[in-house]
Design a protein around this ligand. Structure first.
Ligand code: GDP
Length: 426
């Protein structure tokens, strides 16, 4: 049985916490897309961790953590992350890396930075982790697959071919130092040393695991609105953030995904550029940012302050629909306890007309939020375990949003810890 944990919005919804929590009963946890450009924050008995590459299952000794073929594999980052958790006392996790995953090269990171520099003020707000150049190369068929590290002849020939192609851009577009194929070859040999113990035919491993009835969790990065096809193109990421892609990025049949748990945060936040209809500014935003998440809404990878906004029902309904949501996990609700009133975005006004359907980017740029204001509950809801014990206004907020988005909220997270969760049977 396969469950997917994915985001409904712009990312940072609290997927790490939900995956960590559901990991308790999972045998295998898989990252199926994205790279080290976003992070999950996890708080457990070992401490507080920001994971960028490792799946959130690494803290359990009973789970196997897998980096699927769909991931942008940053080998030194993965290596560093394994070391850092082991140093903090976490037992060495069981990790497998797909032999079909492709490798983020040092030049991908350089190209990412060069392109941001070239675009200046028109940049996409990249984290410069090399993700866009990596996926471009993957689909241009000049990427390095993990399996290729074990074919020396191929590496010698391909490093020359790749350097030739990259050097045209480096010389004429970016005016930066050229790549020496010998350095590329050396880099790849180092990566081989680091990754060799983990390499595995992951789709075969999962095929067997499914036959044995194992429970598998797919862990998504970012959210629906950052999907390259269905998100706010071009302010999107470079790999699909949707549960459907989990089948491809892990190598399992699509029909095995029985549950899609879409994580929605009780308010909105976004990083990077792009339309953000329910965005708030000034002191109102600063206060929510300061109180948000666990210790403030600042990027787990970059430390950048996140853009803040009220809950957006239009974006979330769309985000849940594209994920194929079976369950919504509604997170970070405890943070809103300070507000007298809580605005919620229930529609978009575009050219004088109100819609509840999420539009394509050029229309989205024109959208103004239609807000409805709900009464706050003005107390701390942390520690509450039963839905009935939540204050009435808090339940009303949840039920209002559930009706607007049209998908069942079956989990409510009222704190950053593993145990801060309220299950609700629907
Ligand atoms: P992810 O990328 O989707 O995993 O999200 P992030 O880890 O970037 O952001 C979630 C932040 O909120 C982290 O700092 C979590 O520890 C924290 N968090 C998750 N759930 C809750 C919750 O219910 N309440 C509070 N206060 N913080 C939470």
């Amino acid at each position: 049985m396969v469950k997917a944990v994915v985001g409904a919005n712009w990312g940072d919804e609290g997927k790490g916490k939900i995956t960590d929590m559901l990991g308790e009963s999972a045998d295998i946890i898989i990252r199926f897309q994205g790279g080290a450009n976003a992070g999950h924050t996890i708080i457990n008995d070992y401490g507080k961790f920001a994971l960028h590459t490792l799946p959130s299952g690494v803290f359990y000794s009973h789970t196997t953590s897998i980096i699927g073929n769909g991931v942008a594999l940053d080998i030194p980052r993965l290596f560093g992350e394994i070391q850092s958790i082991v140093e903090k006392g976490v037992p060495m996790p069981k990790i497998l890396v797909s032999d079909r995953a492709q490798i983020v090269m040092s030049y991908h990171k350089n190209f990412d930075a060069y392109e941001e520099e070239r675009l200046g003020g028109k940049s996409f707000g990249s984290t410069k982790s090399g993700i866009a150049p990596f996926y471009s190369d993957k689909y241009a068929k000049i990427g390095f697959q993990v399996s290729e590290l074990f074919d020396d002849e191929l590496l010698k020939e391909k490093t020359v071919r790749v350097a030739e192609q990259k050097n045209v851009l480096l010389e004429h577009l970016y005016h930066k130092p050229l790549i020496d194929p010998a350095d590329l070859y050396k880099e790849l040999k180092e990566y081989k040393e680091m990754i060799e113990p983990y390499v595995c035919d992951v789709s075969l491993f999962l095929y067997n695991a499914l036959k044995e009835g194992k429970e598998i969790l797919l862990e998504g990065q970012l959210g629906s609105l950052k999907d390259p096809d269905h998100g706010i193109y071009p302010m999107v990421t470079s790999s699909s953030t949707l549960a459907g892609y989990g089948a491809i990025g892990a190598g399992i049949p699509p029909y095995e995904i029985k549950q899609v748990i879409t994580v929605c945060k009780a308010y909105s936040s976004a990083v990077g550029a792009g339309a953000f209809v329910s965005e708030i500014f000034g002191e109102e935003a600063d206060e929510l940012r300061r109180r948000g998440g666990d210790g403030g809404e600042f990027g787990a990878t970059t430390g950048r302050p996140r853009r803040m906004g009220w809950f957006d029902c239009v974006a979330s309904r769309y985000g849940c629909r594209l994920q194929g949501t079976t369950d919504v996990a509604f997170t970070v609700l405890d943070v809103l306890g300070y507000l007298d009133e809580i605005p919620v975005c229930v529609g978009y006004e575009i050219d004088g007309k109100v819609t509840k359907d999420f539009p394509t980017t050029h229309l989205l740029e024109k959208a103004k939020p239609v807000l409805e204001t709900l009464p706050g509950w003005k107390c701390d809801i942390r520690g509450i375990k039963k839905y009935e014990d939540l204050p009435e206004n808090c339940r009303n907020y949840i039920e209002f949003i559930e009706k607007e988005i049209g998908y069942p909220i079956t989990m409510i997270s009222n704190g950053p810890g593993r145990k801060d969760i309220i299950y609700r049977n629907k």
